[in-house]
Design a protein around this ligand. Structure first.
Ligand code: HEC
Length: 141
């Protein structure tokens, strides 16, 4: 600090400019722009206990139509009737980004939700969430 006080006024204002810029960068990183949605490592390896058979897929479809279709669309492309009203439209399930996630990761996201997507902690059981995971895997194929 002592050295800084001895600096020429120009050097000082450059220094203040740099500090100001750094503060702006920090503030920008706190802005509401959302980063990529990642499920925690622990969710990744959770095994899907429900086989993707006709019974679970039919159950998953019923849940999907009632709880998810309005945003995610009939074919999971993210173009449901309500999607246009959302701040952020959902992406298609038929992308490598979603396909490369494990059932456990999708299960976790469906359970937790992230604005504007609602959490299903209260509306669905674990079994129903796995059924809907099985069903969305069939979409967009
Ligand atoms: C109100 C609209 C809405 C509803 C209802 C909704 N979602 Fe979403 N969903 C979204 C949005 C928006 C995103 C993207 C969120 C983000 O990336 O922050 C999303 C993301 C997802 C993802 C993560 C995709 C990825 O990129 O990793 C999955 C899986 C998903 N939704 C499944 C479902 C299922 C299953 C249901 C029904 C139980 C459902 N959603 C209901 C809006 C909705």
């Amino acid at each position: 600090m002592k050295n800084l006080l001895k600096c020429k006024p120009l050097t000082k204002s450059v220094f203040i400019g740099i500090v100001f810029f750094a503060i702006c960068l920090v503030l920008a990183s706190f802005s509401p722009k959302q980063s990529e949605w990642k499920a925690p490592e622990s969710a990744k390896n959770i095994k899907n206990p429900i086989p993707a058979n006709a019974v679970s897929l039919a159950a998953g479809k019923t849940i999907y139509i009632k709880e998810c279709l309005q945003c995610h669309g009939k074919n999971g492309l993210g173009n449901g009737p309500k999607s246009a009203d959302l701040d952020k439209a959902p992406e298609s399930f038929n992308t490598p980004k979603v396909k490369n996630q494990t059932d456990g990761e999708l299960f976790w996201k469906i359970k937790e939700g992230r604005k504007p997507m609602p959490s299903t902690k209260k509306s669905l059981t674990d079994e129903q969430r796995w059924q809907v995971v099985n069903y969305i895997r069939t979409l967009g194929k």
